[in-house]
Write a protein that binds this ligand. Structure first.
Ligand code: ATP
Ligand code: MG
Length: 472
């Protein structure tokens, strides 16, 4: 009988990258003696070619190499969203740089040359397991997303399947993403999903609503300020960029940002540095930028409320969320997910929607999209408390004739403001605004629409009325 030579075909492959032939073969020898398959490359370019062609489990790379060096190799892999754990090998004196690379480029670890075989062995073992775990999780996420679930987002329509696929593709990269879609379609949820599925998920996720910050405060909100920078600046304040360092920053309602500020933002993005208001130091920041807008981008560009250069910088990747009326088939699944969270929030035990209640929801056009659906379901869950949501548990939907008499609703239904003569216009305006907000469950966007003012104006007026209340 002829014995077949032993070939560990299942052994994970380690790619050793070093320009020094001697170092390369020493490390390759150690790796091979540990039972792994070995591939070698003399620089980053050759390494990329092998990574494209072969199933590499882990990389062991030198830092300084002619052509594409180790840092550039990792940066390229990051930008492509290609995840392979990498151990960086470094000569004495490069340790500081290696630590930075571990943090910024998500290298797995670093080792000083010459690498003690025992240490290389235990690091390779951990790196390979980590890679398997990561790929396993990514596979599970893909499978789940085919069933219409991505984290907290649900939706089985073709449109949402495409959105989920885009999120999974772009999340592990460093690319900026512009998320568009009508109000309430789930833009912030997409941004959070991208952050959660990225290598930055352990870092902070910070969002700033550019429409909600008064124009004169936005610079300090974004870049921070030093003590005494302006009246009222009683201490140093870290802006969103610094707060989001090593994480993700969502610039929400980007088209509402004043134009002058957009130019400063662009500079900060290009230089990856910010200067606090009243400060002189340029502070380096490592932030992934996501931006969202509910206005059609072409319109914003045309009316010049969004700078074209900033748009191109943000729109490296684009995800558009279609309105709910164009993906009604998602409604039952989304409603179920929302009811589950509302049950927890309000300690209710609603099981599902009655067929007739669902039919009414399916017939509505949902101008406020999923946020409006959530508001309607919140009312319904509180009203029904348990079992099934019946049609009579639903509030009246916009533009719909009341189909059935509602029982005593949990909140005031007919919102009205009584105006006695002798009151000031300011007082009436404040009360009218407050009542409008109450009538839409504090949905500020919706309230601004009803009042016929921009969201920014609504926020400004609310801030004014807060200070007027405080003063009186
Ligand atoms: N696919 C989804 N599955 C479940 N819930 C969702 C989904 N999309 C959105 N939601 C819910 O709808 C509500 C609105 O979502 P989100 O705040 O992300 O929308 P938005 O597009 O950012 O809205 P706006 O333009 O008003 O800021 C949230 O309560 C969110 O949890
Ligand atoms: Mg939002």
């Amino acid at each position: 009988m002829q014995l077949m030579p032993f070939r560990p075909t299942e052994a994970p492959t380690v790619l050793v990258v070093d320009d020094e032939e001697q170092d390369r073969s020493t490390v390759a020898g150690i790796v091979s003696s540990l039972g792994y398959a070995v591939e070698t490359a003399a620089d980053g370019g050759e390494a990329l070619a092998k990574l494209d062609a072969l199933p590499i489990s882990t990389i062991v790379t030198d830092l300084r190499m002619p052509g594409m060096d180790g840092a550039e190799l990792l940066r390229t892999l990051n930008d492509r969203g290609q995840f392979t754990p990498a151990i960086v090998m470094t000569s004495f004196g490069d340790i500081g740089q290696a630590v930075t690379i571990v943090h910024e480029l998500q290298a797995f670890w670093f080792l000083e040359k010459p690498a003690p075989p025992a240490m290389l062995s235990s690091l390779l073992d951990r790196a390979i397991k980590y890679g398997e775990l990561f790929r396993g999780t990514a596979r599970l996420q893909r499978e789940l997303s085919h069933q219409g679930v991505l984290g907290e987002m649900v939706g089985s329509s073709r449109a949402m399947q495409q959105v989920f696929a885009l999120i999974q593709r772009v999340a592990p990269t460093q690319a900026s993403v512009l998320i568009t879609g009508e109000s309430g379609t789930g833009k912030e949820m997409v941004a959070r999903a991208i952050h959660r599925l990225s290598h930055r998920s352990a870092g902070p996720f910070i969002g700033i609503n550019c429409a909600a910050v008064p124009g004169d405060l936005i610079e300090s909100e974004l870049f921070g300020h030093e003590k005494g920078a302006f009246t009222g600046a009683t201490g140093r304040h870290l802006g969103c960029f610094e707060q989001a360092n090593r994480g993700t920053l969502l610039l929400d309602e980007i088209g509402e940002m004043p134009l002058g500020m957009q130019a400063r933002l662009l500079r900060a993005l290009e230089e990856s540095k910010v200067r606090r208001v009243g400060g002189s130091e340029e502070i380096p920041v490592d932030v992934r930028i996501l931006a969202a807008t509910n206005r059609p981008v072409e319109g914003s560009l045309h009316e010049k409320s969004l700078r074209e250069d900033l748009y191109y910088r943000l729109n490296v990747f684009h995800i558009h969320l279609p309105p709910l009326r164009q993906r009604k088939e998602d409604l039952p699944q989304i409603a179920k997910a929302i009811i589950d969270t509302l049950n927890q929030k309000h300690e209710c035990s609603v099981a599902a929607l009655h067929r007739d209640a669902l039919q009414r929801l399916m017939a509505h056009s949902w101008p406020g999209n999923i946020r409006e659906l959530r508001n309607v379901l919140e009312w319904a869950v509180i009203t029904a408390q348990k079992d099934l949501v019946l049609p009579r548990h639903l509030p009246k939907l916009g533009g719909e004739a009341v189909l059935e008499p509602s029982p005593a609703p949990p909140q005031r239904e007919d919102h009205a403001v009584r105006i006695e003569l002798g009151r000031t216009l300011d007082e009436v305006e404040r009360e009218y605004m407050a009542e409008t907000l109450r009538s839409v469950n504090n949905d500020r966007k919706r309230a601004a629409q009803i009042l016929g003012i921009s969201l920014r104006t609504l926020y400004n007026r609310l801030a004014q009325s807060k200070s007027a209340n405080a003063a009186s």
